[in-house]
Design a protein around this ligand. Structure first.
Ligand code: SF4
Ligand code: SF4
Length: 157
């Protein structure tokens, strides 16, 4: 068996081993997920049906290196509407997990993760934010405060 086919099979096996992945083969490409997806409505290049199809075809590299898998807002509309209960949202999360393990996480997400680790928020509070908060009658937040990390640093093995 050619190596690429072996690799693709391995990738598909991993996705299908997850609780949601077990239902992946149920997809009959009806497109209900895409038609109800709010991200697809704004950015047609993001297409959950296409992502499911590409996964079933084992197109690992095209999926894991794509920016599309990071565009899902995890609203779960597709999951609610899929007649086959495929669960596109969870499949996309699993694809992200694999992509992250392989070092394909986009820079913007890495920066958000770092901010969350350092500040307990996905962005740093600046004076500018406090001015906006004051206008809305909200209390002032500490700026540039080092809040104890909510997520511990990953231990080296
Ligand atoms: S709604 Fe479900 S069955 Fe239809 S294309 Fe999307 S994943 Fe496949
Ligand atoms: S969970 Fe993601 S793929 Fe599904 S409808 Fe929402 S944005 Fe679209």
């Amino acid at each position: 068996m050619p190596e690429t086919l072996n690799r693709s099979s391995e990738f598909l096996r991993r996705v299908m081993a997850t609780e949601t992945g077990k239902k992946l083969a149920r997809c009959f490409a009806c497109g209900t997920c895409s038609s109800g997806c709010p991200v697809h409505a704004q950015k047609p290049e993001f297409d959950p049906r296409k992502i499911i199809r590409m996964t079933l075809l084992g197109l690992e590299d095209n999926l894991l290196k794509s920016k599309e898998i990071w565009m899902c807002s995890t609203c779960y509309t597709c999951r609610e509407r899929c007649p086959q209960e495929v669960g596109c949202a969870e499949i996309i999360i699993e694809l992200r997990n694999i992509a992250a393990e392989m070092g394909y996480t986009p820079e913007a997400f890495k920066m958000q993760m770092e901010a969350l680790r350092k500040f307990g928020r996905v962005y740093e509070i600046e004076d500018f934010d406090n001015k906006k908060r004051a206008k809305m009658g909200l209390s002032e937040l500490e700026t540039k405060a080092r809040i104890e990390p909510l997520i511990p640093e990953k231990e080296e093995r």
